[in-house]
Design a protein around this ligand. Structure first.
Ligand SMILES: C[C@H](N)C(=O)N[C@@H](CCC(=O)O)C(=O)O
Ligand SMILES: [Mg+2]
Length: 365
């Protein structure tokens, strides 16, 4: 099975409701779809999210990186040589992790199709059902409480509450949600870099003293502020998770050595795809550090790959934040992984199992 062509498209799927974090507000998924064609007629699919405030990637940079740099290296390559292909992708250019992720996801999809097995089995197998949390966007307190209650009524047992705005209001936001759903859902906080280290410690002590139990605190401080992340980790009881601070395996090793966080958030759009995500999971397992698997604003194309990985690495990926597809107004994929509120199920189809993607516009250059 040899690669003959890599085609790109633009996919737009509105969200059910605006997604709001300390970093940005988004109303729709607007992602680049990658379709890798082969001489056997098989097609592998991937997706790249242009999350410029986190990865630095834009639609333009993703298209350019794939079209001009990555694709020319891959045409003619045999999918059976998976490790060689992932090396070609990873060494093709610096950074550009979302472009690399989309291409790798499509290659792994084809690798599963080549051996006629669902991807998670190729990655080591596991129980093909996972449970995700759902994000509660940062907003007025009443709105966040109403969104939290609605999520619990829809069956979500874990809520990822976005904070990182005004510290005083953030504390009130979390107290109000805790009072509304106590005992019915686990609460995770994600400040998306919005606090200083001292503010984070103040907020967590205020919440801990008020009896608000939190499962974890994600990325309280700026991405580059590893000393600040460690300052918080050393001073609060709630486990601290690194998200924007760690992209690849080398950063994870450094973070673990410094004990700067308790948990690592793996996202394919940060790692550059599945090969480095596997490395991070394996490194974390060696050090006894738990991981979450997360996503950007993505549809069920790329999130499917993250689900397959989560299943195969469930020994170390103990937390799942793969709510992208649940936030979308509809699923543009025929086949693939089934996202039903908090429950995510992988079927028996080879690779990612995607039969077709509806409504994406080809990018012709
Ligand atoms: C969608 C997911 N639950 C999430 O919150 N992901 C990111 C932010 C993604 C984005 O801004 O596109 C995170 O910070 O964990
Ligand atoms: Mg985060």
């Amino acid at each position: 099975m040899k690669i003959t062509e890599i085609r790109l498209g633009m996919l737009r799927v509105p969200l059910k409701t605006p997604f709001k974090t300390a970093l940005r507000t988004v109303e729709a998924v607007e992602d680049i779809v990658v379709a890798i064609h082969t001489d056997t007629g098989h097609v592998g699919y991937g997706e790249a999210a242009a999350t410029a405030v986190i990865t630095g990637d834009t639609h333009g940079s993703i298209i350019e990186a794939i079209d001009r740099v990555i694709a020319p290296r891959l045409v003619g390559q045999d999918i059976a040589n998976l490790n060689h292909i992932t090396r070609l992708i990873q060494t093709s250019l610096e950074r550009n992790t979302s472009a690399k992720a989309a291409v790798e996801i499509a290659v792994y999809d084809l690798w599963g199709q080549l051996y006629e097995a669902p991807l998670y089995r190729m990655l080591g197998g596991g129980d093909p059902v996972v449970t995700t949390d759902i994000t509660i966007s940062v907003d007025y307190i009443d709105k966040m409480v109403a969104d939290s209650i609605s999520a619990v009524e829809r069956g979500f047992e874990s809520l990822k509450i976005k904070v990182g705005k005004d510290i005083g209001v953030d504390i009130e936001r979390v107290k109000a949600i805790h009072a509304a759903v106590e005992g019915r859902a686990l609460l995770r906080l994600d400040a998306n870099q919005g606090w200083t280290a001292k503010q984070a410690v103040f907020a967590m002590h205020a919440l801990e003293d008020a009896g608000v139990h939190l499962e974890l605190l994600e990325q309280p401080v700026r991405a580059q502020d590893i000393a600040g992340l460690k300052y918080v980790t050393d001073r609060v009881h709630t486990p601290v998770m690194a998200d924007e601070s760690v992209f690849g395996p080398l950063e994870v090793i450094e973070l673990i050595k410094q004990h700067a966080a308790d948990i690592i958030n793996i996202k394919l759009m940060k790692t550059g795809g599945i090969s480095n995500a596997i490395r991070i999971a394996d490194i974390s397992a060696l050090y006894g550090v738990e991981c979450m698997i997360g996503c950007m604003i993505e549809t069920s194309i790329s999130v499917a790959a993250a689900v397959h990985l989560a299943v195969a690495k469930s020994d170390v990926i103990t937390k799942v934040d793969l709510d992208g597809p649940s936030l979308c107004a509809y699923d543009p994929v025929d086949g693939g992984v089934t996202f039903s509120e908090s429950e995510i199920t992988i079927g028996d189809a080879p690779g990612l199992g995607i039969r077709a993607i509806r409504g994406y516009q080809p990018i012709v250059r």
